[in-house]
Design a protein around this ligand. Sequence first.
Ligand code: FHN
Length: 414
Amino acid sequence: MLLTLAQAPDAVPAERAAARQWYSDARFGMFIHWGVYSQLGQGEWVMQNRSIAVADYEWLASQFNPVKFDAKTWVALAKAAGMKYITITSRHHDGFSMFATKATRYNIVDWTPFQRDPLRELAEECRKQGIKLFFYYSQLDWHHPDYFPRGQTGRGSGRLEVGDWPKYLDFMDAQLTELLTNYGSLGGIWFDGMWDKPDADWRLAQTYALIHKLQPAALIVPNHHQAPLPGEDVQTFEQDLPGANTAGFNTKTIGGLPLETSLTMNDSWGFNLTDHHYKSTRELIHYLVRAAGYGANLLLNIGPRPDGTIPPEAEARLKEIGGWMATYGESIYGTRAGPIAPRSWGVTTARGDTVFVHVLDWNDPTLALPVLAGTWKAKSWDGKPLPLTQGFTLTLPTASDASDRVIVLIKQKG
Ligand code: FHN
């Protein structure tokens, strides 16, 4: 079964090709980082950053009781924001499983007073409300005794310097089998953490084949910060637009797969009590639009609180973005990167013979665009004709405080 996955992007089975297309059309998803770490309010890396020993972290896990968790509210918020899918941490680097699993007792049902499986509740609610569900799954594990030899992290947890690596890989495959069997049809699996041991044998071909055997339409989204590998379906970038590397660990190589960029709303993924450094709604809309201009989805993160509630700053921004998407969504959903490459003033998106010019940062009354072949007419979002010279200079509608002036260019037939 090894290495049967080296397929060209267009050579995947029909159901996966359709899933990729759905995915690219969706353009906007909700990322959720939520786990026992949320209790300490210092982000999802707290076990590593504070060198918390396994036994102490196990106690912390035994206290997790998010009594206010309500899947219906979370999914409804994603919908209100105009998001089409949710990607949630089923297991982060701390190794704690946020779902019912027989592969380890270290899971939310068996280890905590909560005893419920929030992922099952979320899966049911997503199905009801028409949202696709992806599971984030960490390959890196700071808790599991067989995650050995260790990688670049997880050295402060006091674990023994032994472990059986193939056994760890079997454990992951067993959990992935559960995730892909017990929660209905998934959007896919979002992997993270392989970068901790880039040179290890992760048995990727076997694991990817297992996933696609269990659910042929499930997409594999690997956050390994490398160019796409065989068997993968989406190339994801973290805190960067495709091809940029301000984060310092993203690859600049863009492959031929659907694209995604993940972004924090403040500076943290997991709940951080003191991080109120939230991006404004305008900044977030700009990021969403720019991502679409690069042909990429935006996976926008929230870090719910340990009781299961969502920080009000995040909720407010999501609702505001949803208001914007209700008006301008047509220029984002189902589009692809437009014919004019992203510029500092903004980006273009396109669907068929219609190009959407998103003017984000530009104060002049006119905007010179590269000439597009054919004859084009321009109109404002509310349908008023706008002057467009043959040299492709566009007269813009009066600048307002709108986050994005969307101009519609329509190619004339004949
Ligand atoms: O280490 C993680 C981090 O905690 C978070 O989950 C992000 C999300 O993209 N990814 C990792 C770093 O690459």
